[in-house]
Design a protein around this ligand. Structure first.
Ligand code: CP
Ligand code: NVA
Length: 298
């Protein structure tokens, strides 16, 4: 049985095949062809944090593949009233064919997977957001071809998305520059244990010089709302704006997992520029996760 808790759960070959498959499934869908390999299959979807893209893409994806899904919020389930993760995992997995979880502690997803009898997908934890990276890699390949050998710069917080970019750098063979304020660097263990070529910077201008892709994310992630004001000050010099993008390669793309705050981590001019591929990136959540569901469930 195969789980997808981080990008490291799949091999490089599996990931390459998955991206190719996502691009194919997108074309199939745009042609209006029905493809339903997951008839009668059910995806359980546990959301302990908010979501627009992740929920819509997994639910729509399951319907399009011929199956269905169940949305489970802690407000309405016994998980929210303290039923142990181990017990919930055994029970839920006895009734569905895969489980997707968005929560706070990454360790909770690992514990759920340990006791689950079906594949478990990490739909975002405080530490990683691997599903988003599938969409980001698909988007880069569609726009520019292989990302191997390219240079990507992460600007902003050393957060869950940044950690998944570190994993992606190793799995998809690109160089990663990470520009953060010194108090917001990525997790030291993840940095120490990667086989990827990465470099840490505190000057975003130096980090984006000549690069092929610039990526950012919100300054305060879900669960950090009370730090918003403090973070706005700390990250003030880390906005991705036209001046910063001008230092990257002429053909450089801009990505953001969304939701975005125009005027904070990204200027309106950058996110609404033709080099911004954020709408494709968001749509590709659907196609990339359909390829993932097919791999794990079919
Ligand atoms: N990018 C992303 O995961 O968006 P949602 O929080 O809307 O699911
Ligand atoms: N880093 C953000 C990503 C949202 C999709 C968060 O965790 O809130």
């Amino acid at each position: 049985m195969q789980h997808f808790l981080t990008l490291d759960d799949l091999t490089k070959a599996q990931l390459d095949t998955l991206i190719t498959r996502a691009i194919e499934l997108k074309k199939t869908h745009h042609r209006g062809e029905i493809y339903s390999p997951l008839q009668n299959k059910v995806l359980g979807m546990i959301f302990e944090k908010s979501s627009t893209r992740t929920r819509v893409s997994f639910e729509a994806g399951m319907i399009q593949l011929g199956g269905g899904s169940i949305f489970l919020s802690p407000n309405d389930t016994q998980l929210g009233r303290g039923e142990p993760v181990e017990d919930s995992a055994r029970v839920i997995s006895s009734m569905v064919d895969a489980v997707m979880i968005r929560t706070f502690e990454h360790e909770k997803v690992e514990r759920f997977a340990e006791y689950s009898s079906v594949p478990v997908i990490n739909a975002l934890t405080d530490l990683y957001h691997p599903c988003q990276l599938l969409a980001d890699m698909q988007t880069y390949v569609e726009q520019r071809g292989s990302i191997a050998g390219k240079i990507v710069t992460w600007v902003g917080d050393g957060n869950n998305m940044c950690h998944s970019y570190i994993n992606a750098a190793a799995q998809f063979d690109f160089d990663l520059r990470i520009a953060t304020p010194s108090d917001y660097t990525p997790d030291a263990n993840i940095v120490a244990n990667t086989s990827a070529t990465i470099s840490l910077h505190t000057d975003p201008r130096e980090a984006v010089e000549g690069v092929d892709l610039v990526v950012t994310d919100v300054w305060a992630s879900m669960g950090q709302e009370e730090e918003q004001k403090k973070r706005e000050k700390a990250f003030a010099a880390f906005q991705v704006n036209k001046d910063l993008m001008a230092l990257a390669d002429n053909e450089a793309l801009f990505m953001h997992c969304l939701p975005a705050h125009r005027g904070e981590e990204v200027s309106a001019a950058v996110i609404d520029d033709p080099h911004s591929v954020v709408w494709d990136e968001a749509e590709n959540r659907l196609h990339a996760q359909k390829a993932l569901l097919e791999l794990l469930m079919a």
